[in-house]
Design a protein around this ligand. Structure first.
Ligand SMILES: CC(C)(COP(=O)(O)OP(=O)(O)OC[C@H]1O[C@@H](n2cnc3c(N)ncnc32)[C@H](O)[C@@H]1OP(=O)(O)O)[C@@H](O)C(=O)NCCC(=O)NCCS
Length: 177
């Protein structure tokens, strides 16, 4: 399984994948918005024998933080490593850009939907952990769970050097004598 990216202009590739997943992407307005994002935002595409089978789109929030805005793998190819390949490709790109935190918002376990229970299992297996519940962020019928993964468990290289220089100057300011 190969995942390529970051790419833009991927709507024609990604929209059919979204439409193959009506249990997750059943709201037309939201599906259209996700499809549009794949034209403008950094998107990774997984292919099996040259055939696109999945994608992941990132939203960059700050110099330190990014979000998986949407991802999906067509049903016939699920559980064959495409999702993992997409996460690995996206994380490699983000680490290279010095991004430390990757979040994803998904349906909360307070909602009984069995499909999203599988989605949460996937994110958990990929190293994401629940951070906060937002019962009304989308609407009361769709409570949101924010999950997060630390891409640099001990801080990014940039952060580390900033901390070192900060502690050096702090130390020299407060050093007796
Ligand atoms: C969630 C999704 C992207 C995962 O993609 P995938 O290609 O099926 O995932 P992978 O095969 O790479 O799975 C990687 C690991 O995640 C875990 N995992 C994946 N699907 C799982 C499931 N249904 N139940 C439990 N664990 C699961 C497993 O640990 C798996 O490793 P393993 O197969 O070696 O045991 C895909 O199932 C999907 O498109 N779901 C519908 C849309 C969706 O939920 N999108 C995300 C919300 S925007």
């Amino acid at each position: 399984m190969i995942a390529r990216g970051p790419l833009t202009g991927q709507r024609t590739v990604c929209e059919p994948i979204l439409r193959a997943l009506p249990e997750w992407f059943g709201i037309e307005e939201a599906t259209q918005a996700y499809a549009e994002q794949t034209d403008d935002l950094p998107t990774f595409v997984a292919a099996q024998d040259e055939r696109p089978v999945g994608f992941l789109t990132l939203r960059l929030h700050s110099a330190y933080a990014a979000e998986i805005s949407v991802m999906g793998v067509i049903p016939s190819e699920q559980r064959r490593g495409a999702g993992r390949a997409l996460i690995v490709a996206a994380e490699t790109y983000l680490r290279g850009a010095g991004i430390c935190f990757l979040q994803v918002k998904t349906l909360s376990p307070t909602h009984p939907d069995p499909n999203y229970a599988r989605t949460r299992e996937f994110y958990f297996a990929m190293g994401f952990r629940p951070l906060e519940e937002f019962p009304e962020l989308w609407d009361k019928a769709n409570p949101c769970l924010q999950m997060i993964k630390c891409l640099y468990p001990h801080g990014s290289g940039t952060e580390r050097s900033q901390i070192r220089s900060l502690s050096r100057s702090t130390y020299s300011r407060h050093r007796p004598g």
